[in-house]
Design a binder for this molecule. Structure first.
Ligand code: ADP
Length: 768
């Protein structure tokens, strides 16, 4: 409306003349058919003309003088296919030859009238037009005037009525494609699909309104326009109903069928009068369907907040009105000078709904942030609760395993003693079985201790150059007998071009534990064939140690789970003779302390390969382990034992005596300290103790304080004493304290061989 007022105002203000009287004839002007007088704007009512068709307008301009400057003829509505002749001079011709390119719209044109074209008196204007299908035909009044005065107004008018709506609609079509992409990412949000589809179809059709001409056959263009209306109606109903939360599942398929039927039906009716009949049926249905949807959407929007209510009322109601207006525009009720409204309305609706979506998006983001904060708080709370639960589990494990270790250590030593006795074969068989049972109980307790020490961070890593050959030697010493017992070959292989003294930078104790565990498993899970420990170079700086076996293998879905605590493949009955399921958990934790990873490759029935990488070191400093075990390895040594548990005390005493040592025992530290001055005074220098074995948890002072006090006491008299603290503690704090003391600590329970190994090592150190 504003645009029209502005145009009228602009025309009035310029010194130009408006032509409204003309004649209309069917066919081209050159055909000179019967002319009928018309008043511009005209939309082909005379002659009962309808597009697609060709017509000829004639008009006159009276000039008092022939103008000395260039003039122009402005026609705001003129079909894209036209030819203009003034006084017999053809000024412009657009696509008038052949009917293959047809006009899509009536658009504004400014035709220059050079000097000498207009003459004094009447000037004849002839305009041939050809109008494409399904558009408002005809032309507007013509305005003639000096071109310099008309150009600016004309350009503004063209920008506002052609360029702006065309550009906006292409933009909306492009942006609506993003909504379709959003729907692809979230298929459950169908409203994106419906609104996106609606906007793509509607705005591209709007943009088509402004195309001057189109090169497609007229029936196809006609059919495409009809189909696009049917698709638009479908999307409108689908969008409106999903927005209003109406369950679409029942109506969506009938709707689809209806739309497809219209599209196919109109295709079949192409180029026949039936197409118009179909339109007559279809459009009222679409208009009625549209009104139901608009009411639903508006009702829903008013249940939400006012911003949404305003946008979602203005949008659909505006669309409905503009669509109704544009249909009316095609009838003779509205002049050809009117404008299509939908091209202006569609971008506004898009903007409105985009704003609604944006608000929803922002609200959702805010909500998710709030939920995130709450979630984080709850996670932190749960973590704290878990930590507390974990600590009490550790405490429980510590005290339970401490209390279990004491008797287990005693039983272990007593069984060892028993096996040294000469007994009847039946008793021997029983003691062997007892020994086996105690061994498996011990390994469980040792495993638990190892795990809790690793979890408590109580294991200190001491990186140093380590000769691999030495580590392998130690592993072989421990595992060879198990391999021999099963008739398996246990082999160690270095890279072809490397000497046996290849050294790596690692912690000797920890890597020994890892390899021993892996080799023990390889032997345990192999029936025939062998176990190979192979070393390969991995780049210039690293080595890879691979433990291959020809055993039962591990299924792919189990290969990660075997590293979990107590997980054993196919041992749901928990048969303890098949291990306890802690080995690989310890291996993985130990390896990660070393900064490495243990990996596994395996095929069921073919065997497995566990591997670990280590950094190379080029200096060889470690010494081979020297295993020695004479008949009475402790002969001539004095050992003092402090242990509050009478059975363990006795078992330890007898064990050491059986190895040839002189033994004295006390139930607690204070009893020993009371006697200490007398003992030192009375006994000769050679009878002074070499080794003190003390329990850590004693009544009164603990084993650590006791050994430190005695060491200090003896140091004054020039005697050096080596102490071995035996401890069943799993409490991380206690373990850490003991480790930090620098004393040699051995965890309970232990087998007699380990005790002997430890004592001999201490003795060697003392001798050195
Ligand atoms: P354990 O050997 O005491 O059962 P581990 O933690 O060392 O416990 O191993 C866990 C499980 O992994 C074993 O029970 C076994 O099923 C599987 N496993 C470990 N090493 C091998 C191997 N070399 N070959 C086949 N299975 C193995």
């Amino acid at each position: 409306m504003l645009l029209v007022l502005w145009a009228v105002g602009a025309a009035w203000a310029s010194p130009s003349m408006v032509v409204t009287n003309a004649t209309l004839a069917k066919g081209l002007c050159s055909e000179h058919q019967k002319e009928i007088p018309v008043t511009l704007p005209d939309d082909w009512k005379a002659h009962n003309l309808k597009p697609p068709a060709v017509a000829c307008y004639r008009a006159k301009i009276f000039m008092a003088h022939s103008p000395t400057i260039a003039w122009a003829l402005r026609i705001d509505r003129l079909p894209g296919n036209h030819r203009i002749t003034v006084n017999g001079i053809q000024l412009t011709t657009r696509h008038m030859e052949g009917a293959d390119v047809t006009s899509m719209a009536t658009l504004p044109y400014l035709i220059e009238l050079p000097v000498n074209v207009l003459l004094a008196g009447d000037n004849d204007i002839e305009i041939d037009v050809r109008m494409g299908p399904f558009r408002k035909p005809g032309i507007s009044p013509m305005t003639a005037g000096p071109i310099a005065l008309m150009r600016a107004d004309f350009d503004t008018w063209t920008s506002l009525t052609v360029d702006l709506p065309k550009t906006l609609n292409w933009m909306v079509a492009g942006m609506a494609l993003f909504l379709l992409l959003a729907w692809r990412a979230r298929p459950s949000d169908k409203v994106f699909a419906y609104f996106g589809g609606l906007m793509v179809v509607m705005s591209s059709r709007n943009a088509f309104y402004f195309l001057e001409t189109i090169g497609w056959p007229i029936p196809i263009v006609d059919w495409l326009f009809f189909s696009s209306h049917a698709v638009t109606s479908f999307y409108l109903v689908a969008f409106g109903m999903s927005y209003a939360n109406v369950d679409l599942s029942r109506i969506i398929n009938p709707l689809r069928v209806l739309v497809v039927a219209f599209i196919l039906g109109s295709f079949a009716a192409l180029d026949t009068p039936h197409l118009n009949t179909l339109r007559l049926i279809a459009y009222p249905i679409m208009m009625i369907g549209g009104i139901v949807v608009v009411i639903k959407v508006v009702q829903t929007a008013w249940k939400r907040d006012w911003v949404e209510a305003v946008f979602m009322t203005a949008g659909p109601v505006g669309t409905y009105i503009s669509v109704a207006h544009d249909y009316l525009f095609l009838t003779p009720y509205l002049d050809v000078t009117d404008l299509y409204w939908t091209p202006y309305c569609t971008p506004v609706i898009f903007l409105g709904y985009a704003l609604t979506l944006m608000r929803k998006f922002v609200d959702t983001m805010n909500l998710s942030e709030r939920m995130n904060i709450t979630l984080e708080e709850r996670v932190a709370e749960r973590t704290r609760a878990l930590e507390v639960a974990n600590q009490s589990k550790t405490r429980f494990l510590a005290s339970a395993s401490h209390d279990l270790r004491q008797p287990t250590a005693a039983i272990g030593l007593l069984v060892s003693l028993l096996r040294q006795q000469k007994v009847a074969p039946e008793v021997k068989e029983l003691t062997d079985m007892l020994d086996e049972a105690v061994a498996s109980m011990e390994s469980l307790l040792v495993g638990l201790l190892d795990i809790s020490r690793l979890d408590a961070g109580a294991v200190q890593v001491q990186f140093q150059p380590v000769c691999l050959n030495d580590v392998f030697h130690a592993v072989r010493v421990h595992e060879k007998s198990a391999a021999d017992a099963k008739g398996l070959q246990l082999r160690f292989r270095f890279p072809a071009n490397a000497g046996p003294h290849l050294t790596v930078l690692t912690d000797p104790v920890l890597i020994h534990g890892v390899l021993r565990n892996l080799v023990a498993n390889a032997i345990r899970y192999t029936k025939q064939g062998g176990v190979l420990v192979a070393v390969r170079r991995h780049g210039k700086r690293r080595l890879r140690i691979e433990i291959w076996d020809t055993g039962i293998g591990i299924a792919p879905d189990q290969q990660e789970r075997i590293f979990d605590e107590f997980y054993q493949v196919g041992n749901s009955a928990r048969d303890r003779s098949r291990g306890i399921g802690l080995g690989l958990a310890i291996v993985r934790r130990t390896a990660s302390l070393l900064g490495e990873q243990v990996t596994v490759k395996s095929r069921v029935g073919r065997g497995s390969c566990f591997s670990i990488e280590l950094p190379l070191n080029h200096v060889n400093t470690s010494k081979p382990v020297a295993p020695s075990s004479p008949q009475h390895p402790m002969a001539g040594r004095n050992a003092w034992i402090v242990e509050d548990d009478p059975i363990l005390r006795r078992a330890l005493g007898e064990m050491l005596q059986s190895w040839g040592a002189q033994v004295r025992t006390w139930p607690d530290g204070e009893a020993l300290l009371d006697e200490l001055p007398q003992l030192l005074a009375a006994t000769s220098r050679t009878q002074r103790p070499d080794i003190l074995i003390t329990d850590y948890r004693l009544p009164g002072i603990n084993g650590l304080q006791l050994s430190q006090t005695i060491q200090a006491y003896l140091r004054e008299s020039g005697v050096s004493l080596y102490t071995l603290i035996i401890s069943g503690d799993t409490d991380p704090a206690e373990i850490a304290r003991l480790n930090a003391s620098g004393q040699v600590v051995m965890a309970k329970p232990f087998r007699s061989e380990r005790l002997l190994e430890q004592l001999l090592a201490l003795h060697q150190a003392k001798a050195a």
